[in-house]
Design a protein around this ligand. Sequence first.
Ligand SMILES: [Zn+2]
Length: 334
Amino acid sequence: MSPQSPFPWQANYWSRLVNLHSVKKLSHAYLITGLKDIGKYQFACEFSRYLLCRSPSNGNACGNCDNCSLGHKSDHPDCMKIFPDDKGRVIKVDHIRSLSEFFSQTSHAGGAKIALINNANYLNTAASNALLKTLEEPSDKTFIFLCSDSPSSLLQTIRSRCQTIQMTLPEKSIAINWLQQSVVTPCDFDSLLNSAKGRPLYALELQKNDLLAVEERFINLFLELTTGKISLQLIVKAIKDIGEVIAIDYLINLFSNTTKALLHGSLEDQISSQEKTFLDICSASNLSTKNVALAFFKFHDELLVARRHLSETNLNTQLIVESLVWQWHSLWRE
Ligand SMILES: [Zn+2]
């Protein structure tokens, strides 16, 4: 078995943690932030293997000891992984309760106990409060890694109890080099990475599943809603078909890119042709550029709130989506 290691663009973050660990200064809790699909969770998984390894060498897990073998075949009993439920929408309080129980038990291998929480922004209120308690009472040799591409959706009190690792987009050459080694069918890596907005793991997904087409079709529908060509019901149905969280993420992406381009005209060459079309549609309205930007800001905020609400099980998904679509419609068509 080969030694485990992080992705090539994560070397700096990795060595920083390894160094802290070697001088016993690793913090109890880390929040790994950054865009989706740059390998935040995979980094945390790899680092947990390193922490559990009995004989790490050169800053990597050995890949051969009993802990490495155990962690490779299935989940290591001293590493608990928590992520949103099947629909990808919520981390419930039961998950966090089992986490406190996990930490209260003796370590299986006699070493560290680690919890990894992926997409931590989907913790609902009760789960957030329960996690806060765990973060406030750190026990010896326990580590928690939260990963999130939307850290502002987390409770401020949770964020303040974690050390933040802000992962940036990989350098293009490093990402392309990695894609060349990871993609089976050769392709135009440069434009593949551009379509994925520089996120290597998403580029890989796009190539495998032709996901780009799904996003494009959905954003086209949203453009048609903006020009009044299709009904509110049609877009609500499209959102339901794709999955509410995914569709809202597509919209968040559309609005953050176009708002940036609107505010700094020079960025216009960095947006997709579809985003350009969207900007053209909105610029052709009677509103001034300033008011278009304000409308974009406002709706971007609404999207973030909606995404947060989708993680609360007691709210009606259909209602959240309908109200969102209605807000855009009235913001734009009135
Ligand atoms: Zn090992």
